[in-house]
Structures are given as structure tokens and as C-alpha cells.
Design a protein around this ligand. Structure first.
Ligand code: ADP
Ligand code: ASP
Ligand code: MG
Length: 405
């Protein structure tokens, strides 16, 4: 019997009518003779509300209690979907992360999955029961509830698909596939029939939130076949596949933006060995992920260091920097939360030159100033003022010839 994992995101379970619609889709797959495990997100807006409550009480809240709070959204939708399925005659039960369990590490708020015990689920699927699993959550050390970072239900779904050796992992969402860029910002974005794991991983890691980047990483390592498709329309979606399955390789396959980063500049940092290790060591210790980093040459024995972090980590980063102030001289800390990172991604960059230059030219033509640049083998990213994010994405989409006819 084929075994499949179906994942439904926040807008797909936004209210009871949506949940009934999801139940019908699940029923169809079960009636077609599949063993079905479903992963659900919280109702759209719920997680934002839960996060805001934690932040309002204390910007430096205990990450374990934050997880206790934010994991609840998925508990509600898992139970509701199980009820909706039972109501239309489909045997179903809900599972919380701790009940399987989905074991994670101790990075509360952005924990990584270490292990999934698929055995109880397989036994339940073999009895003909649909398993409805709460996404986004697992069980950390000391049996504390842990969550997987925003968008983490995608990763729950892929991890489950790997543990269950599922034939497919279908990610149902509010768009009908993966596009050359966010179709809500660029109406001329083109839908892709297929995208490689490498490109999707890079796009996701620079902000294309259609899939959480860890889900793509896991799918690539565990050989899970992902399809992204619409919860509301019956049309084929986008398959995430190996690079050699893609015949026509574009130089640039997609453009992504991230508005959830903040820029920190440390001015007059002493230019001596160990300073970067002190700063970034302390941030890592406090669980703050650092993304782009630039350091200037030093003229007078001091230098300026600029880096970006997730906006949600700002209070923690500021506290960390204050704690090491004595060790990094009397540097001045400047914070700018109004930035956006724009990235162009494509495996064709390995063999083509001039990709970065096209980006710089297109931004210059719109008078958009570039604050930080970073590159990898298949990606160029720039940091710009947040107010120009949409303009920049549209201009680049046109400049790389990606606009649909
Ligand atoms: P879900 O709640 O189903 O997990 P998300 O909001 O996390 O949905 O992800 C879907 C959203 O991702 C879309 O509504 C779209 O705005 C955005 N998105 C960003 N980049 C892309 C892209 N390249 N292709 C498709 N959607 C994208
Ligand atoms: N509900 C969580 C979030 O909003 C997880 C998810 O939707 O994937 O980030
Ligand atoms: Mg999502």
C-alpha cells in the first residue's frame, strides 16, 4: 500500500471550513488506497499572536516557556482535523510531537530534529487509521517541548516522510507551486514544474518561505520526494528533484527576499586577533544566528564590523553585546531593523560570469543603494533599505529575463 505524507500550512487550516476542505482532500487519498499521515500547522495568525504574547511579557523570555506557548497552535488544528475526518467517516487520531516522539536538540525556538520514532505511527497506519500529526513541535532534552523555528511544520513533514519511508511528501499551501519569486510580490513570476534541491535550499535559506530551508536540506539528505501544491485547486504543483532531472538549466532560477533580518554595526572595534571570535562566539553561545558579516580594513587600529541577525533575536543580541562590551573595547553599537536582503539564486552561476554585475546594474538603475554584499557558488545577496525590497525584486526579476510573457 502506498504511504504518503500530506502537510497543510496555516492558511489551509485557517478556519473550520478550511479544515473541512482539508479533511475531504485527505479522505480522497485514503479512499484511493493510500496510508496517510497528515502534518498540520497552526491556524494562520495564531503563531504570530502566541509569539507576540511572549515578547510582550519579556523580550528576553525563557526559550523553553516560549516553546510551551507557541507549540499550542498546532495541537488545536491536529485535534480539529481528526474530528473533521471522523465526522466524514475516516478513522483518524491526532499525535503531538511528544507522543511519537519527535526528538530534538536543545536549541529552543529553533530546535533541530534528531530522531523520529516512526513505529507507533506505522502501526496506526496499518490499522487503517489516518495519523494527524501536530507540526512544528518535538521533544527536547529533559522532556521539554521544543519548536523547530518559524515555518517548521515543513520540516516535521519531511522528517516524518523519511521516518515512515513514505512514497511522497506533498506540501499543500496557499500558492499552487514554487515560482521564480514570490508571486504575491511579482505577479509576472513564473511557476516552475521542477526545481533542484540545491536551488530550493538556497532560495529557502535566503528567505523564500514557501519551504523552510531545513525541510529541503533534510529531503535532499534523506531522498524524500517533495511536491509543493495548492490546498484549494486541483492542479499539479512543483516537484523538488535532483539537479540531473532538470533538463533546461537557467543561469538564475529564482529571486528571494527576507525582511526579517536586522543589521548591527559595531564601530571602532579594536583590530586585533580574537575580537571576532569573542563577538561571534558570544552570539553563538546565546543562540543568535548570524547571517551576513563584513569587516572593513583598519586605518587607525580600529575597524567597523557589520553583520545581520534575525529580527526576533535582536533583544538577545543586544544583551549579548552588552555583556562583552569590556572585551571588545569601547565600540559603538548601531542597530538598523529596516533592512531587506535580496538574493538571486541559480546553479548556472557556476559556469556564467556577470551575474552579480547584472544585479548591481539593475539596482543602480533604480537608485537603490547596496549596504552589504555576500556571495556563494550559486547565490548573490545584497542588503538594502527595506522600503525598496519590492521594487528591487521586481527590477531583478525583469533584469534576469524571468518575467512571464
Ligand atoms: P504555509 O502557511 O502553507 O506554510 P507560507 O506562508 O509559509 O505557507 O508559504 C507560502 C508563501 O510563500 C506564499 O504565500 C508566498 O507568498 C511565499 N513565497 C515566497 N517565495 C515564493 C516562491 N518562490 N514561490 C512560491 N511562493 C513563495
Ligand atoms: N505555525 C508555525 C509558524 O507559523 C509553523 C508553521 O506554520 O510551519 O511558523
Ligand atoms: Mg510555511
Amino acid at each position: 500500500m502506498p504511504r504518503i505524507v500530506m502537510k497543510f500550512g496555516g492558511t489551509s487550516v485557517a478556519d473550520l471550513d478550511c479544515i473541512r476542505n482539508v479533511a475531504q482532500r485527505v479522505k480522497r487519498e485514503a479512499d484511493a488506497g493510500n496510508q496517510v499521515a497528515v502534518v498540520v500547522s497552526a491556524m494562520s495568525g495564531t503563531t504570530n499572536q502566541l509569539v507576540a504574547w511572549c515578547q510582550s511579557l519579556d523580550a528576553l523570555h525563557d526559550p523553553m516557556e516560549y516553546d510551551t506557548v507557541v507549540a499550542t497552535g498546532e495541537q488545536v488544528t491536529a485535534g480539529l482535523l481528526a474530528i473533521a475526518l471522523q465526522k466524514i467517516g475516516v478513522p483518524a487520531r491526532s499525535w503531538q510531537g511528544w507522543q511519537l516522539p519527535i526528538r530534538t536538540n536543545d536549541a529552543h525556538g529553533k530546535a533541530r530534529i534528531l530522531e523520529v520514532d516512526g513505529a507507533p505511527l506505522i502501526a496506526s497506519l496499518e490499522r487503517g487509521q489516518v495519523a494527524v500529526v501536530a507540526g512544528f513541535q518535538g521533544l527536547g532534552p529533559g522532556d521539554r517541548i521544543a519548536t523547530l523555528g518559524r515555518g517548521g511544520s515543513d520540516t516535521s513533514a519531511v522528517a516524518l516522510a523519511a521516518a515512515l519511508k513514505a512514497d511522497r511528501c506533498d506540501i499543500y499551501t496557499d500558492v499552487d507551486g514554487i515560482y521564480t519569486t514570490d508571486p504575491r510580490i511579482v505577479p509576472k513570476a513564473k511557476k516552475l514544474a521542477k526545481i533542484s534541491y540545491e536551488e530550493m535550499l538556497e532560495l529557502a535559506s535566503v528567505g523564500a518561505k514557501v519551504l523552510q530551508s531545513r525541510s529541503v536540506e533534510l529531503a535532499m539528505n534523506e531522498r524524500v520526494r517533495i511536491q509543493v501544491l495548492s490546498s484549494f485547486q486541483d492542479i499539479p504543483g512543483t516537484l523538488v528533484v535532483d539537479e540531473d532531472e532538470i533538463v533546461e538549466k537557467e543561469v538564475v532560477s529564482g529571486i528571494a527576499y527576507a525582511r526579517d533580518e536586522a543589521k548591527i554595526t559595531l564601530r571602532n572595534v579594536p583590530d586585533r586577533p580574537g575580537v571576532a571570535a569573542t563577538i561571534f562566539g558570544k552570539l553563538a553561545e546565546d543562540n543568535v544566528n548570524v547571517d551576513m558579516i563584513v569587516q572593513n580594513v583598519s586605518a587607525d587600529g580600529t575597524t567597523d564590523m557589520t553583520f545581520t541577525i534575525g529580527k526576533a533575536d535582536l533583544p538577545r543580541a543586544q544583551a549579548a553585546l552588552a555583556a562583552i562590551k569590556d572585551q571588545v573595547g569601547n565600540s559603538e553599537v548601531l542597530i538598523d531593523p529596516n533592512v531587506a536582503k535580496i538574493s538571486v539564486v541559480g546553479v548556472g552561476m557556476r559556469s556564467h560570469t556577470g551575474v552579480a554585475n547584472t544585479m548591481f546594474r539593475a539596482l543602480a538603475d533604480k537608485a537603490i543603494n547596496i549596504q552589504v554584499i555576500s556571495t556563494s557558488e550559486i547565490k548573490v545577496s545584497v542588503l538594502i533599505s527595506a522600503e525598496y525590497a519590492e521594487l528591487a525584486v521586481r527590477a531583478l526579476h525583469t533584469a534576469y529575463g524571468l518575467d512571464a510573457d
